[in-house]
Ligand binder design. Structure first.
Ligand code: CA
Length: 228
């Protein structure tokens, strides 16, 4: 099996080497770009399976790189894990809203980084077209065609918005979504959803889901995700 190529975009040599070494140990083929400009060139010439992207780069910043890659249909589907020294929530949120799949804050443990890389690649494999996702978990099932949710076999009466929020999160288990991404995904013609009302929706959803409430996880300061 050919090794999966992972592009590391990082200007600090010791971090480049730390990440490269650990990825290589895991059997990945890691390539390094020292700037955003080099990274864009590399992606164009030889698209990797995944990108680990530092935000603090000389020249073009990491968020700009993320924006360019995620707005191009050719690179849109390459998962990006943001690596940032700034543990500031605002950068993480901007990155996720630009389409990055995950983030890690420096200093990080190589083991955690590798686990995130594996999880990210695994989730990408499992992605299913949105309309088709019916979910049948142990206690919870979601049927998008009938618009029906059951908990332990019992139908649960959700509002249209609650259903959309739940279905949106559930079809990408493990992905973190910001409130704004949830708003964008679920807003309809006839009702307004705001970032604040996302929290209200979650309260209602969790109450109605009862024993399945913990499928919806709150990521403090960032947003929500469906438990993997
Ligand atoms: Ca840097």
């Amino acid at each position: 099996m050919p090794k999966e190529r992972i592009l590391i975009v990082e200007d600090e040599e010791d971090i480049q080497e730390l990440v490269r070494y650990n990825l290589a140990q895991e059997g990945y083929h890691a390539v390094v770009a020292g700037s955003g400009e080099d990274a864009l060139l590399e992606v164009q010439q030889n698209p990797p399976r995944l990108i680990i992207l530092d935000l603090m780069l000389p020249g073009m910043g990491g968020l700009e790189v993320c924006k360019i890659l995620k707005s191009n249909p050719k690179s849109l589907n390459i998962p990006i894990i943001i690596l940032t020294a700034r543990s500031e929530e605002s950068d993480i949120i901007v990155g996720l809203e630009l389409g990055a799949e995950d983030y890690i804050t420096k200093p990080f443990s190589p083991k955690v980084l590798l686990a995130r890389v594996r999880a990210c690649l695994r989730r990408k494999m499992k992605e299913i077209p949105p309309e088709h996702v019916a979910l049948n978990l142990d206690k919870l099932s979601i049927d998008p065609i009938r618009h029906q949710v059951t908990v332990q076999g019992e139908p649960v009466d959700l509002t249209a918005t609650e259903f959309r929020v739940l279905h949106f999160l559930a079809r990408k288990p493990g992905w973190v979504f910001t409130r704004q991404q949830i708003v964008d995904a679920v807003k309809g013609e006839d009702y307004a959803v705001t970032e604040r009302s996302v929290d209200v929706q979650m309260v209602g959803l969790r109450r109605k889901l009862g024993p399945c409430a913990d499928y919806i996880e709150t990521i403090r300061g960032v947003g929500y995700r469906f438990k993997e």
